[in-house]
Design a protein around this ligand. Structure first.
Ligand code: BGC
Length: 772
């Protein structure tokens, strides 16, 4: 619908009608006004599949306050009220596939399931940076790296929206901890904000134009993101030119007037209180009604767009092969961390004895909880899925531990005996999430005690032990050296069981690569000392050194680095060709599958900064990647493009992305620590001159020859030196000084020219900034 038509509808609306358009009709709908021709749209969670509760499409009636206060997302009642849907790998899992096409196919299937249920907009994907592994909701998010996060998010948003369903990326921004998540304040530097926490959102917004964006619960540097904040109003709206619908996270608005000023459009869920509060504010002249009109305009633009899309929906059937896609995606996301003496893929021999151990072989851990939980359509059971490969073998099963991860001597003993009598052991374990409550962050990243003991006892009696490890985030694995192989399955969704079978028994070569560093110990992690602050503040002391940026800079050896993952075949790289056109760079590299089965490789491209830059930088940063599938012996040329921005850092002093002049290294790698090929690339640089401060030193002042010349003229002007003394040699005599220029002159001249000095600095600044 055209903007003029939208404006004319708004003109007909009463203030009250407008205010009720700016909040939900219940929890999952926007308000419908039949007499104004305004339809309603329906939205629903989640991030790796649809979570839609029966009855959500109806406007809720009044209900007594006490009713439903104890309702949780994942209790039995809630699950019964939730429609079935395909449960795909969660964010932290699918990111390990590094596969844009795959996540697009998932996006299209999720959108089809939305259409079948009448959902116009999906409240996903979640794309916060995984700053610290204790964050309970990290399983919903992609990576510790903004390029990988932004690319995966952009791909799924494009796919969902190509099917006529809107996508709402969340939670913008710095929502990186769950304890007191609705009210903490994040203290973050401008540089970390831009380079780490906003960069992925910026990529998704610019590449995929999501219909909507959800603002987070927290504050950033003292500003409520779901209130009046610079990140929404100035950066998202103005700098990135985002005109979509900004929705606050459920219950995130604390001050509706501030939210209106901050360009938050839709306050969810229904808040009658907020509507009356705003009505009063407008009537009292505290809030300009035009801000409400603007909110309505942005909401209506997206509502009409979503309705137009809906009109083109065909009678949707749930895609019949979505379970197959879930299983395929699960397999492509699992990461093989260890494979001693090529124990994998397993080749079961007739009569061979296999012990399958662990409750999770029967009750797989395949998804997280909270608002991302999916009432999965069809869950594959690993134990059952492995039967066909082990038909000629003797298979014993031992439970090993209880469903809460605890164990007992009887369970441990039974497992130990089964392991001791087997040729090979398949041991299923996983790290559980804490129950959702106010203190929702994890307490540690270890396996539950019972499982840990189980791994130790089982591997002590049988070294041919393959551990299959599930979890939404990384886990400490001091026991890994005792295992023969270690397959990290993450929360890979309902097809996890089938996928485990395919990988363990060699129907598929593992191709997942870590989207986050696995630390040796929790205390090695970058945010270990600054994850919690006092009650309300979280200092982001790790700054731009998040994830591998920290480990590589500090030479801290993790258990497994970012980008790492094994395959059943070797890949051979060669023929690196780097072409430059201005600041843009095209990188081509050949990759060959040197093995005997089809396999996929993730080609990773990192950029390392020049050694002598003024800004501190990470050792290297991921800038591009591509996943390629290769038949045995096949070679493909992979082309990766870099733009000027890929060489830039955000310089808070000049408030801009700058490329420092110098020699950068373009590196093709297997992980952030394993460089295969590299080539130097020169960049001319785009650094605007930094404006001088009044307390600048001689080094800053003499950065440009022009400023040096002006300084010498200034000395003459003030009568400090004669014209013939004012030369380079004189200037050079002062450059040793650590004092600010002003104090140095003051102390050595005995004259008063304070204001003249300030005027001089102003003149220099005007000259150098005018030139840039
Ligand atoms: C969560 C969002 C979710 C919303 C609606 C909030 O508590 O943070 O991710 O989309 O609830 O369920």
């Amino acid at each position: 619908m055209k903007m003029e038509q939208i404006q004319s509808i708004i003109e007909k609306m009463t203030l009250r009608e407008k205010l009720f358009l700016c909040t939900g009709d219940g929890s999952w709908k926007t308000k419908e006004y039949e007499h104004l021709g305004i339809p309603s749209v329906i939205m629903s969670d989640g991030t790796n599949g649809v979570r839609f509760q029966k009855g959500s499409e109806q406007s809720p009636g009044e209900r007594p306050f006490s009713e439903g206060l104890g309702d949780k997302f994942d209790d039995e009642g809630a699950m019964q009220r939730t429609y079935k849907a395909t449960c795909f790998p969660s964010g932290s899992a699918i990111a390990c596939s590094w596969d844009r096409d795959l996540i697009k196919r998932i996006g299209r299937d999720i959108a089809k399931e939305c259409k079948a249920l009448g959902i116009n907009m999906l409240l996903g994907p979640g794309m916060n940076i995984r700053r610290h592994p204790l964050t309970a909701r990290n399983f919903e998010y992609y990576s510790e790296d903004p390029v990988l996060s932004g690319e995966m998010a952009a791909a799924i948003v494009q796919a969902i929206q190509s099917e006529g369903v809107g996508s709402c990326i969340k939670h913008f921004a710095c929502h990186n901890s769950d304890t007191r998540r609705t009210r903490v304040n994040v203290r973050v530097s401008e540089r970390a904000l831009r380079e780490i926490y906003l960069a992925g959102f910026e990529r998704a917004v610019k590449k995929a134009a999501p219909v909507s964006l959800m603002t987070a619960y927290n504050q950033i540097n003292g500003e409520e993101v779901s209130g009046e904040s610079r990140v929404v109003r100035d950066i998202l709206r103005q700098e990135w030119d985002y005109n979509g619908m900004v929705v606050c996270d459920w219950g995130a608005v604390k001050d509706p007037v501030a939210a209106s000023r901050g360009t938050i459009d839709l306050q969810m869920p229904l808040s009658k209180g907020s509507a009356s509060y705003l009505e009063e504010a407008v009537k009292q002249g505290e809030l300009d009604e035009r801000l409400i009109d603007q909110r309505c305009a942005r909401i209506l633009e997206q509502v009409f767009k979503l309705k137009e899309w809906e009109a083109s929906w065909k009678k949707e059937e749930v895609p019949s092969d979505s379970h197959a896609l879930a299983a395929e995606a699960a397999g492509d996301s699992m990461v093989l961390l260890r494979n001693e003496d090529h124990i994998l893929p397993l080749q079961p021999q007739k009569g061979e004895r296999y012990a399958i151990i662990g409750d999770m072989a029967k009750n797989p851990l395949y998804q997280g909880t909270g608002c991302a939980i999916v009432n999965a359509r069809q869950v594959d059971i690993p134990l059952e899925c492995m039967q066909k490969y082990l038909a000629d073998c003797q298979v014993t099963y031992a439970r090993g531990y209880e469903s809460d991860g605890s164990s007992s001597e009887a369970l441990l003993k039974e497992a130990e005996t089964a392991a001791a009598q087997a040729d090979k052991v398949l041991l299923f374990v996983g790290s559980l999430l804490p129950p959702e409550d106010d203190d929702f962050n994890r307490k540690d990243i270890r396996l539950p005690q019972g499982m840990q003991e189980l791994v130790e006892r089982v591997t002590a009696v049988n070294r041919n032990c393959v551990v299959v490890l599930a979890g939404g985030e990384v886990c400490e694995m001091p026991w890994r050296h005792q295992t023969a192989a270690l397959l990290l399955t993450w929360f890979t969704g309902e097809g996890m069981g089938q996928a485990v079978g395919e990988i363990l028994f060699g129907e598929k070569s593992p191709s997942g690569r870590l989207a986050a560093t696995i630390p040796e110990r929790l205390c090695d992690t970058p945010a270990y000392l600054s994850f919690d602050g006092n009650i309300y503040d979280i200092p982001y002391a790790d700054d731009i050194y998040v994830g591998y940026r920290y480990y590589t800079k500090r030479h801290i050896e993790p258990a497994y680095p970012f980008g790492y993952g094994l395959s059943y075949v070797p890949f051979v790289y060669g023929n690196l060709v780097v072409k430059q056109k201005g600041a843009d760079v095209t990188v081509c590299v050949d990759v060959t599958n040197g093995g005997e089965m089809e396999a996929a490789e993730v080609v990773q491209l990192y950029v390392a900064p020049p050694a002598e830059g003024a800004l501190p930088r990470p050792v290297r940063e991921l800038k591009a990647f591509e996943k390629v599938k290769l038949a045995p012996g096949e070679t493909k040329t992979v082309t990766l493009e870099l733009t000027q921005r890929d060489f830039a850092a955000y310089d808070p002093e000049v408030k801009a992305w700058v490329v420092e002049k110098g020699s950068y290294s373009v590196e093709i790698a297997r992980s952030c620590q394993d460089m295969i090929l590299h080539q130097a690339v020169e960049q001319e640089g785009t650094c605007p001159p930094r404006p001088l401060r009044y307390d600048c030193g001689f080094h800053e002042l003499f950065q440009t020859p022009e400023a040096k010349k002006m300084f010498l003229e200034f000395l003459v002007e003030q009568g400090l030196v004669a014209q013939d003394q004012a030369n380079e040699a004189l200037a050079d005599k002062m450059t040793w000084s650590f004092w600010p220029v002003w104090n140095f002159l003051d102390m050595n001249s005995g004259k008063v020219f304070y204001q003249a000095y300030r005027d001089f600095i102003d003149r220099v600044n005007t000259r150098i900034t005018a030139k840039s």
